[in-house]
Ligand binder design. Structure first.
Ligand SMILES: [Zn+2]
Length: 254
């Protein structure tokens, strides 16, 4: 789903949440916004838009860790900083996509503070991270935040399958199968974090099922969602999973 860009773009954004794919898609849409020959919203069809999409626009730089490294060195950050003071080749802007921005070492983040604060007017910075809190506060305060909705791209397929299965059983109101599923989770000693993730995914799947749910099942689905939410709060507050799942079952099948 294409993101709707603000009418006037700021010079720096911190794009967090979503999956890696949705963060990069968002960054590319912003980049087309900075460089499109027709302004905002970007047309997606002009030469500049095409070059951005194809990854060959000379005014776009993607900065990430060097091969085999996990972090972006202070040298890389300084090189990018100097490069930003050289005027654009063909566009109105020069766009720097830093992915993942949390790979910037603290001193690399420090090296970028000034350019984020008062860089040349044509320079734009898009910082991508799964979690905004991974960045130094001084960086966060210099960027406009864009928080993407969760999507399942990065999620463990096994957990996805479990959640999908649990959602189906819950909506069908199959008490026996749900109980069996809970016992299995208990036996594999699911951690509270995993349980919380599972319950959140299951909420998503139950909501996804809703449009094609038989009207008689609506009430049931509403109760399932309430119970899932309560159980997830329990899991977050580190109650034991058995108690959490038992409570959830009691709420649904009362
Ligand atoms: Zn365009």
């Amino acid at each position: 789903m294409p993101i709707e860009l603000p009418r006037t773009l700021s010079h720096a954004y911190l794009i967090s949440g979503g999956s890696h794919t949705s963060r990069m898609d968002t960054a590319l849409e912003f980049t087309r916004g900075y460089l499109c020959e027709h302004g905002i919203p970007p047309c997606g069809k002009c030469r500049a838009c095409h070059k951005v999409t194809a990854g060959i626009h000379p005014d776009v730089t993607v900065l990430g860790p060097d091969d085999g490294k996990a972090t972006i060195s202070v040298d890389q950050a300084r090189t990018m900083r100097s490069n930003a003071y050289i005027r654009p080749n063909e566009g109105r802007h020069k766009v720097y996509i830093i992915d993942p921005a949390d790979a910037l070492l603290p001193e690399s983040q420090g090296a970028l503070l000034q350019i984020l604060e008062e860089g040349p007017a044509y320079a734009a910075f898009l910082l991508l991270t799964s979690e905004a809190s991974l960045m130094l506060e001084t960086i966060r305060s210099r960027c406009e935040p864009i928080v993407l909705p969760p999507d399942h791209e990065d999620t463990d397929p096994e957990l996805l399958a479990k959640a999908d299965n649990l959602a189906t059983l819950l909506i069908q109101g199959d008490e026996f199968a749900v109980m069996k599923g809970f016992v299995a989770l208990e036996q594999e000693k699911i951690s509270t974090q995993e349980l919380s993730d599972l319950l959140l995914l299951t909420e998503d799947f139950v909501s996804d099922h809703l449009p094609d749910t038989h009207p008689q099942k609506y009430l049931q689905a509403g109760r399932v969602l309430d119970a899932l939410r309560t159980a997830r709060e329990d899991a977050i507050y580190n109650l034991n999973p058995g108690l959490t799942l038992g409570r959830m079952a009691a709420q649904i099948f009362r």
